[in-house]
Design a protein around this ligand. Structure first.
Ligand SMILES: [Zn+2]
Length: 367
């Protein structure tokens, strides 16, 4: 108990505790040095006062223009999902009917909450980092316990506005895109639709498909636990998914450690489906607003480059080894190459001959 108390408080204690705590992290992750103090402070403040920091972040970094344009893109991708569902050969009409009901009921949450969380009951004292952290934990516990017996608040956010991430919530049937991910390289107000659809557009598509995959299918349009698939549909889905399990299970994370094709299946399927939906939405753009060649690349090429840009990353071997066994997402290089290798359109626009490393044969496809 003494160890747990110290371990969970170490970051807020004097330097010898911080250093000792980092020595532990260093072994697990291969990190070479402690992050700068200001970055750690921002992170802890975001954790404890996310919607206070978030309010300022949104004012500075997320305009009404960005919100309107991303919402428009989300609608275009939901329309593509509608068309994609209609065209699926493996899903029965009965299940499709339910899928359309669910798709139309999805709520889109973009950027930040409509009402900001009230932290007035939380006392913050300058110079008392540990006390602030402990009072913030108590405040959060109380906030969670106060939900008991009340209706679910679907407007609440599970991520703070500055967070660079997104999620689908199966129990609420909504997709959530914090303002933090609606920034370059995911979303760039100065870039055209070709780049943005390939980047954040494919992420929107990714989250949408989660409502209809092996997890999402267990919940209905209200978020209630009710499987709406027939057994035959589930079997057909799993047959297609097996292709993706094999493909990604063949990729190397580091040394002799391979990716776990089963662990990463859901996310890989969402990446592949998300790109498909974003691509369809890009094709549907109004012909009145044509996209030209830019930086020497066609719009179709820029779409794929947009996707590749968002997964640039730099990882230590220790981190790669750890994440290969615990992270349901594939490492960046495979999120990119694994997806485009299944995409005949990629091979066409970059002129990859059959049999080249970027061409997966047979190509896997679920959505
Ligand atoms: Zn996902």
């Amino acid at each position: 108990m003494r160890w747990h108390l110290l371990n969970s408080s170490a970051e807020f204690l004097p330097k010898p505790f911080v250093d000792e705590n980092f020595a532990f992290t260093r072994i697990l992750t291969g990190a070479k040095q402690l992050r700068p103090r200001w970055k750690r402070c921002v992170q802890y403040t975001d954790t404890d006062l996310g919607e206070v920091v978030g309010k300022v972040f949104v004012q500075r970094a997320f305009g009404a223009d960005a919100k309107a344009r991303t919402l428009e893109m989300v609608h275009a991708i939901e329309h593509a999902m509608d068309q994609d569902l209609q065209s699926l050969t493996w899903m029965s009409d009965q299940t499709k009917k339910q899928a359309f009901v669910k798709l139309r009921a999805i709520a889109n949450k973009i950027g930040y909450p409509d009402t900001w969380r009230d932290y007035s009951a939380l006392r913050i004292v300058r110079g008392d980092a540990l006390g602030n952290s402990q009072r913030a934990n108590a405040f959060e516990l109380h906030r969670q316990l106060a939900k008991i017996g009340k209706p679910v608040d679907k407007t609440e956010w599970g991520m703070t506005p500055p967070t660079v991430n997104a999620y689908y919530n199966p129990q609420e049937n909504n997709i959530n895109f914090p303002a933090g991910i609606l920034q370059p390289p995911f979303y760039n107000n100065a870039a055209d639709d070709a780049v943005n659809f390939g980047a954040v557009g494919a992420v929107v598509g990714h989250e949408l498909t989660h409502g209809f995959d092996d997890e999402g299918r267990q919940f209905d349009e209200q978020g209630n636990l009710r499987d709406w698939w027939t057994d035959a549909d589930a079997k057909a889905f799993e047959e297609r998914a097996a292709c993706i399990v094999n493909q990604y299970g063949g990729y190397t994370a580091v040394d002799d450690v391979k990716l776990n094709g089963k662990l990463t299946l859901g996310e890989n399927t969402a990446d592949n489906g998300g790109m498909r939906l974003a691509w369809m939405a890009l094709q549907e753009r109004p012909a009145t607003k044509p996209l030209g060649v830019s930086d020497g690349f066609t719009p179709e090429q820029r779409f794929f480059i947009g996707w590749a840009q968002i997964w640039c990353q730099n990882r230590t071997e220790e981190m790669a080894r750890m994440l290969a066994t615990t992270d349901p997402h594939s490492p960046g290089p495979y999120r990119v190459n694994g997806v485009v290798a299944n995409f005949p359109e990629f091979q066409k626009v970059f002129k990859c001959p059959p049999g080249s490393p970027m061409v997966n044969s047979p190509a896997c496809r679920v959505w």
